[in-house]
Design a protein around this ligand. Structure first.
Ligand code: DGP
Length: 113
């Protein structure tokens, strides 16, 4: 739990966010720079740098299930949505604390940029 990790600080409540949901393993809050009508980040409470360093299947499962719960809460389950885990430099990861993007509320294109 590095003192200077942005998402650790958010998990500890040191930086205000629009909280959407939480469980024992993960916290969901609105992205500061939304790329879709619904854009929520789901992060583990525990510091994990990225998916490449993840080793706890129940923690990863909790993140994915919280994203699905938020999709239901936000009313985008029926229309569909996208989850993304940018990982490392080529993956476009800018915050070094594992996070899942939940994006929805509009049609998504493929391939991503
Ligand atoms: P990524 O590029 O995949 O590492 O995504 C990081 C996301 O984090 C990016 O979409 C913007 C978001 N973000 C960065 N700083 C903050 C912040 O202080 N608050 C919130 N709510 N989101 C942030």
């Amino acid at each position: 739990m590095p003192d200077d990790c942005l998402f650790c600080r958010i998990v500890r409540g040191e930086i205000p966010v629009l909280l959407v949901a939480q469980n024992d393993h993960a916290v969901a809050f609105r992205d500061i720079n939304p790329q879709a009508p619904v854009h929520v980040l789901v992060v583990p409470r525990r510091h994990v740098k990225s998916l490449a360093e993840a080793a706890d299947a129940s923690e990863l499962g909790a993140i994915a299930l919280l994203a699905a719960q938020v999709a239901r809460q936000e009313g985008i389950e029926q229309g569909g949505y996208r989850v993304v885990m940018n990982t490392g430099a080529d993956g476009g990861q800018s915050v070094a604390h594992l996070h899942m993007h939940l994006l929805g509320g509009r049609p998504m294109s493929w391939p991503p940029g």
